[in-house]
Design a protein. Structure first.
Length: 143
């Protein structure tokens, strides 16, 4: 009887789990497809790290470098793609305009800005922002 209850619970939960997966954006194999379509043919070390897909790709000169892919949109954040990365003071201004205070440890990792700050709700958070347009990509509570 317990087995039947467990199976019923799984059947009920399955659609919820499936929807949760879709909400997180593309899966690992989908990210490879997005990258291949965009011309990145040699890809390795694909992992979901702090809310973004982090990928090592090979440049045409043979050197490897990191890029990020935004899970929700599939946008590729590549600092070598020819798009200008916003300067730190512009990122700071956007954070402050968004209600973040006490911004500290602002640093650029490839085409992703990272900072520790106090969120508008008063919680201490780690924030990751799109280096090209300054949008907040990931906010995690800072322990």
């Amino acid at each position: 009887m317990k087995v039947l209850y467990a199976m019923a619970a799984l059947l009920i939960a399955a659609p919820v789990l499936a929807d949760d997966h879709k909400a997180r954006g593309p899966a690992r194999h989908d990210v490879r497809g997005i990258l291949n379509t965009a011309g990145y043919t040699t890809v390795r070390d694909l992992e979901l790290d702090d809310g973004l897909w982090e990928v090592e790709v090979q440049h045409e000169d043979g050197r490897w470098y990191d890029i990020h892919v935004v899970p929700d949109s599939g946008e590729i954040l590549d600092p070598r793609a020819g798009k200008p990365v916003l300067p730190g003071k512009e990122i700071l201004a956007r954070l402050e305009a968004g209600g973040y205070t006490k911004v500290r440890d602002l640093e650029l990792e490839d085409a992703v800005w990272e900072a520790d700050a106090t969120a508008p709700d008063g919680k201490r958070v780690e924030v990751r922002l799109n280096g090209f347009d300054g949008t907040v990509l990931v906010t995690e509570t800072d322990d």
